[in-house]
Design a protein around this ligand. Structure first.
Ligand code: NDP
Length: 287
């Protein structure tokens, strides 16, 4: 039987609509959720991402402050702007669009953002909080995967007690994904480029998350009958079309549920960023 499609477009719209309602209630109390978005340089892909984030803010009713800086901006200038935004009481979230030009050190920039405004969830304080099970901002893409699992297939996917294999161990996807799955009580295996017998390891999974960045590398030989398959990968195939890490056609014949690319994990990332901004505003209200 063909797999059920987990529709990220639909689920992300639901989340954005819920946020829109909650934001309207905050507005009635005179509180405006504000995200500052910083873009350095003119990378076309980054420009699209930033535009989409600003659009989402507008839809939900957040205020977005836009800082479009020239590629020659020095690290010092960028850090100064971040400092100013850290100090501003009317700014809830700060997002610096990555990648940054080569002369700017991304780690230094991430570390400069106040953890309470780090809505991307990249600051070591927030990563640490996730690690020890404390409250903090969680990286948006893996947080989105958890929402897909919880809300997809009519809420019938159980995570607790399941074998979960994550392929990929990056700081923004694979690692936080493994911690979130652990928090949801899955039994977690993280595979990577040095993993031996990847097919066998993946075949153990009840829930398989592919976050590698290699078009179609997960085939039906990696997937157990009835597994849930989440495809985080965003790649271009030979025809220039967007595709995931998973060979969708063949895997959807044996999986019980699967996310498409595009329209799966992708739209969830922005929805979870918006959720983090809302949470940041609540936190700042209380402090
Ligand atoms: P990285 O390149 O940072 O990490 C890739 C990971 O895959 C590494 O841990 C690497 O292992 C592992 N890997 C590489 N080759 C193999 C292999 N042959 N077998 C097993 N593991 C392998 O990528 P990201 O985590 O940033 O992104 C992964 C994918 O997700 C990309 O396609 C990216 O575009 C997409 N993405 C999508 C988002 C969305 O919103 N949907 C958001 C973020 C990313 P090792 O550590 O050993 O090198």
């Amino acid at each position: 039987m063909a797999a059920q499609i987990i529709d990220g477009k639909l689920i992300s719209s639901q989340i954005k609509d819920e946020l829109k309602e909650k934001t309207a209630l905050l507005k009635e109390k005179g509180i405006e959720v504000t995200l500052a978005v910083i873009l350095v340089g003119d990378d076309p892909a980054s420009e699209v991402y930033v535009r989409n984030k600003k659009k989402a803010c507008e839809y939900i009713g957040f205020r977005s402050l836009s800082y479009e800086l020239p590629a020659e901006t020095t690290q010092e200038e960028l850090l100064k702007l971040i400092d100013e935004l850290n100090d501003r009481k009317d700014v809830d979230g700060i997002l610096v669009q990555m990648p940054l030009p080569a002369h700017i050190d991304e780690k230094t920039v991430i570390n400069a953002i106040s953890p309470s405004k780090d809505v991307d969830g990249f600051h070591p304080m927030n990563v640490g909080a996730l690690c020890i099970g404390e409250k903090g901002f969680v990286s948006c893409t893996p947080a989105g995967v958890i929402q897909l699992l919880k809300r997809g297939c009519g809420g019938k996917i159980d995570i607790a007690g399941k074998e979960c294999v994550i392929v990929g161990r990056s700081n923004i996807v694979g690692k936080p994904m493994s911690l979130l799955m652990l928090r949801e009580n899955a039994t977690v295996t993280v595979a990577h480029s040095r993993t031996k017998n990847l097919e066998e390891v993946c075949k153990r999974a009840d829930i398989l998350v592919a976050a590698v960045g290699k078009a179609g590398m997960i085939t039906k030989n990696h997937v157990k009958e009835g597994a849930v398959v989440i495809d985080v990968g965003i790649n271009r195939n030979e025809d220039g079309k967007l595709c995931g890490d998973v060979k969708f056609d063949e895997v959807s014949e044996i999986a019980s549920a699967i996310t498409p690319v595009p329209g799966g994990v992708g739209p969830m990332t922005i929805a979870m960023l918006m959720n983090n901004c809302y949470e940041a505003a609540l936190m700042h209200m209380e402090s």
